[in-house]
Write a protein that binds this ligand. Structure first.
Ligand code: NAD
Ligand code: UFG
Length: 396
């Protein structure tokens, strides 16, 4: 493992070969491991010799990712279909398994939805995290990597380093902010625990095999999944939210990071935790380079050979012109930096989307199937007596 890891955690990492061998046998639980970033990280962890288990309630993911992971790694990843808000089930899992560390991806993540359903977001993300921390404490699992977000920073158009002021504008962001506070307090009160908070910028792309990738349920909120769905003909036209920002072409600039670079960042952070005797560390994971919406459209057109129809519309409320990471701390502390550029981001995204136009599902019939199920749900809610009709849909 040392040789492959050194490809993305530079020699500046503090791992002696002895530590590397120890790390190799560690059992890591990935909460939310069936999701987009989780599944790519599970793959990298397995490739690098970790024993990995997934805990996910499949709220925003599909069990169909599991055979694909097995196909890519040659190993079966134990999967526990568990809701992290179910304290008893989480405790039982930690009691039965001997986890050496946790990478905590699980959470709800759609900004607009969080504005509409704040209590759901606070309850799911905060209660779930508290349950995991309590189980870790009770069962002596002392290392945690947490998926935070650049959304915790107050609006800032300069490259953002970790010392920039924090403050959020929506409930999703506040859940990340609050969990960061919980984790820092927990680490202070429990000095033998080592915690890494990773603030992601804009993850895009897919594994180069095209077998796993981002699988949004419903209309995508983020730019690249929308562009990808226009390219495969699932959506007609991209709306570009504003072209009057102070950027080189007027459209919003973001720091896009290849999901495989992001996945590798987690392994570097995890390895760092195994060298620490406790404490809480915070790092940005971004590339330090910004691309505009139109840069992304052009790069995707080149990668896919497809024309992306777009129209300029009003700015989206709450958007900034430019958001770029200063990722030098991750490089200094664990030798991590991005290796993959815009071309690889777009080519891998296209390979995934063109081979799997409907993600892990089979196609429009499944989408209309879930539409029928939604209609049925409305029916059941209004006419509960007739609810057993639902058996027809669920068993056929
Ligand atoms: P995702 O939705 O693909 O994955 C999240 C996973 O968590 C899903 O598989 C979902 O089923 C699971 N989950 C949600 N609630 C759960 C619960 N109560 N119990 C068990 N499992 C539950 O999202 P992703 O893009 O892979 O994001 C992973 C993490 O990274 C999230 O915490 C997200 O907030 C954070 N993040 C994502 C981005 C991004 O742009 N994708 C940016 C910054 C931070
Ligand atoms: N955009 C469009 N059209 C779309 C979608 C997006 O023009 O249909 C533009 C946005 O205005 C922005 C850029 O594309 O300029 C990127 O937008 P995304 O929605 O893809 O990403 P954001 O930077 O707004 O936010 C994302 C996640 C947040 C996370 C943040 C981290 O949604 O949860 O990255 O930087 F916090």
């Amino acid at each position: 493992m040392s040789s492959s890891l050194s490809l993305f955690c530079s020699s500046k990492t503090r791992f002696s070969p002895v530590v590397d061998t120890e790390v190799m046998t560690k059992h890591i639980l990935c909460t939310g491991g069936a999701g987009y970033i989780g599944s790519h990280t599970v793959l990298k962890l397995t490739e690098n010799g970790f024993k990995v288990s997934i805990m996910d309630n499949l709220l925003n993911s599909s069990e169909k990712v599991l055979p694909r992971l097995q196909e890519l790694t040659g190993k079966e990843t134990p999967f526990f279909k568990t809701d992290m808000c179910d304290a008893e089930a989480v405790d039982k899992l930690f009691a039965e398994q001997n986890f050496d560390g946790v990478i905590h991806f699980a959470g709800l993540k759609a900004v607009g939805e969080s504005v509409a359903k704040p209590l759901w977001y606070y309850e799911n993300n905060l209660t779930g995290t508290l349950n995991i921390l309590k189980a870790m404490q009770k069962h002596g699992c002392k290392r945690l990597v947490f998926s935070s977000s650049a959304t915790v920073y107050r609006p800032c158009e300069e490259p953002i380093d970790e010392s920039k002021p924090l403050g959020c504008t929506n409930p999703y962001g506040w859940t990340k902010f609050m969990i960061e506070q919980i984790l820092t307090g927990f680490a202070t009160a429990n000095p033998s625990f080592s915690i890494s908070i990773l603030r992601y910028f804009n993850p895009v792309g897919a594994h180069p095999s095209g077998r796993i990738g981002e699988n949004p349920h419903g209309p995508p909120n983020n730019l690249m999944p929308f562009v990808q769905q226009v390219a495969v003909g699932r959506r007609e036209c991209l709306s570009v939210f504003g072209n009057d920002y102070a950027t080189h072409d007027g459209t919003g600039v973001r720091d896009y990071i290849h999901v495989d670079d992001l996945a590798e960042g987690h392994i570097c952070a995890l390895e760092k935790l195994f060298t620490m005797d406790g404490g809480c560390i915070i790092h940005n994971l971004g590339s330090g380079t910004g691309y505009s919406v139109l840069d992304m459209v052009k790069a995707f057109e080149e990668a896919s050979g497809k024309k992306i129809a777009y129209k300029i519309v009003e700015r989206r409320a709450g958007d900034l012109g430019t958001v770029i990471a200063d990722a030098s701390k991750a490089k200094a502390d664990f030798g991590w930096q991005t290796k993959r550029g815009l071309k690889e981001m777009c080519e891998s995204a296209w390979k995934w989307q063109s081979n799997n136009p409907y993600g892990y599902e089979d196609g429009p019939s499944q989408e209309s199937g879930s539409w029928i199920q939604s209609l049925h749900l409305v029916f059941v809610l209004n006419f509960p007596e007739q609810g057993r009709l639902g058996q027809f849909y669920h068993t056929n």
